[in-house]
Design a protein around this ligand. Structure first.
Ligand code: HEC
Length: 436
């Protein structure tokens, strides 16, 4: 256990979510863009149209700056924010998938070097060699996605891993292939959005037309196949996740996904019909619309994993929820219920380890910070505000709240309360204090 990162009015998870969603734009662009480049460059080579290379140059520069400066920074940002938002969850992942990440970084290094080589050798080496460099980049780039998706999908559906502890049992789990398909298809929608934005800066109208028409077709195909892949993904979800999709996932997020998808399809169709009408500002707005869709989809993916950060292993509040025998890991409920969360969590101010009448409310707040704040802010505003929820429920009697805490285990999206009877009383007293 580690100190808790409490972000007033927002929550640590949302900060991580903002960085991670932003990261999808450059990362998925990076994986898809080179396929588009290869297509255009091969066409330039076959049809002997060197003017197409103007696009390649601009698109690759965007890739270099946006994906490999902002993308790399936000990638590091994910590591930093995940480390402080959920250190134990991240540690659990690293302990299982350190070699997965090591392999990913090897391919990432190939990408980073590849993009510079590809950009700076354009027009300097013969086009066949240049295409080979592009292929190496494109394949290395896709392999990073193949690897990272295994780790991401493991968090939602760890497959046979809890029994066997085997790397690949967790990696190739029931949502792996469907999630990889979603990312592999949607990335072409993202790449197409950027390609159209870049084309608005091209001087040659013929090239512009070709790029916008091709990109819009790729975009429509990518999003359309992506929508099919999403249907498949939904079918592969574990039962609990399905239930949460119907109950706790806010309507706004579903609307966000559908509206963003619909708007992007219309945009691509319009671009296809009027390729020369696209200007840079609307093209950037289209990318913002994509962002909304990705934000919604990623939030949904987070929510349907509740109450866990790693399903069937660790709850969002970092308490280990089940035995993982293959790894010698034991569930912590008995230990915490017997000794108390305030005794076990290492970063508790010393005056709060033992509860008495004088520190009861403060101790209760400390317990809420440890056990509830990964999903609820303790302020009036922000993610699932606890004060607001308590006011809505109108609980005024601490005993009723104790009953509610006993019932937490029955909610499909909340971990059970962990702690001693005195701690439950302190937390109840703190929660009731919102209604006084
Ligand atoms: C893993 C995430 C998670 C954790 C940890 C968590 N909750 Fe929740 N809680 C939720 C979700 C999701 C909802 C549903 C919110 C909604 O309906 O929009 C919820 C709802 C609630 C509600 C409203 C219930 C109702 O019937 O309307 C209360 C009260 C609540 N939580 C209290 C707590 C307390 C107290 C803790 C800590 C002991 C806690 N939660 C820990 C995710 C969590």
């Amino acid at each position: 256990m580690y100190p808790i990162w409490e972000v007033p009015n927002l929550s640590a998870g949302i900060i991580l979510g903002i960085i991670a969603t932003f990261h999808i734009l450059p990362s998925h662009l990076s994986v898809s863009a080179m396929w588009f480049n290869l297509y255009v460059e091969t066409k330039a080579y076959r049809e002997n149209r060197p003017e197409y290379l103007e696009f390649i140059k601009k698109y690759t520069l965007l890739l270099l700056v946006f994906a490999y400066v902002l993308g790399s920074l936000s990638g590091v940002g994910i590591w930093y924010s995940a480390t402080v938002a959920n250190p134990r969850g991240l540690s659990g992942l690293i302990h299982n998938y350190v070699w997965g990440w090591a392999a990913e970084w090897v391919f990432f290094i190939v990408e980073v070097i590849g993009i510079f080589v590809y950009y700076y050798t354009l027009n300097k080496v013969d086009i066949k060699t240049h295409l080979k460099i592009g292929w190496i980049f494109a394949i290395a780039s896709w392999i990073t996605m193949i690897i990272i998706t295994g780790i991401l999908s493991f968090m939602l559906s760890p497959g046979k891993w809890p029994q066997t502890g085997n790397f690949f049992d967790g990696f190739f789990n029931q949502t792996y292939w469907s999630q990889l398909s979603v990312r592999t298809t949607v990335m072409f929608g993202i790449g197409a959005g950027y390609a159209i934005a870049v084309s608005a800066r091209l001087k040659n109208d013929d090239v512009r037309k070709l790029i916008v028409k091709t990109a819009s077709r790729w975009g429509i195909a990518g999003l359309f196949l992506g929508a099919l892949a999403v249907q498949w993904y939904l079918k592969t979800l574990p039962e609990n996740a399905h239930g949460l999709l119907g109950s706790v996932v806010p309507k706004g997020l579903k609307t966000g996904m559908v509206v963003s998808f619909g708007a992007m399809i219309l945009y691509f169709v319009y671009a296809h019909i009027k390729p020369l009408a696209i200007r840079i500002v609307p093209a950037i707005l289209a990318i913002a619309v994509l962002f909304v869709g990705i934000w919604s989809a990623e939030r949904v993916r987070e929510i349907i994993r509740k109450p866990y950060v790693i399903s069937h292993y660790m709850y969002s509040n970092q308490i280990i929820g089940s035995d993982v025998r293959s790894k010698g890991v034991k569930a912590e409920a008995d230990l915490i219920n017997e000794r108390g969360i305030l005794k076990i969590a290492p970063f508790v101010p010393s005056g709060l380890r033992d509860i008495n009448e004088g520190n009861k409310l403060q101790a209760g707040k400390m317990i809420a910070i440890i056990e509830c704040s990964s999903c609820h802010v303790l302020d009036e505003n922000g993610l699932r505000s606890l004060p607001k929820m308590m006011k809505r429920l109108g609980f005024k009697d601490a005993e009723v709240v104790e009953g509610f805490l006993d019932a937490l285990a029955g909610f499909p999206y909340m971990p059970p309360f962990h702690g001693t009877a005195a701690e439950k009383k302190a937390l109840a007293a703190y929660l009731v204090s919102f209604n006084k």
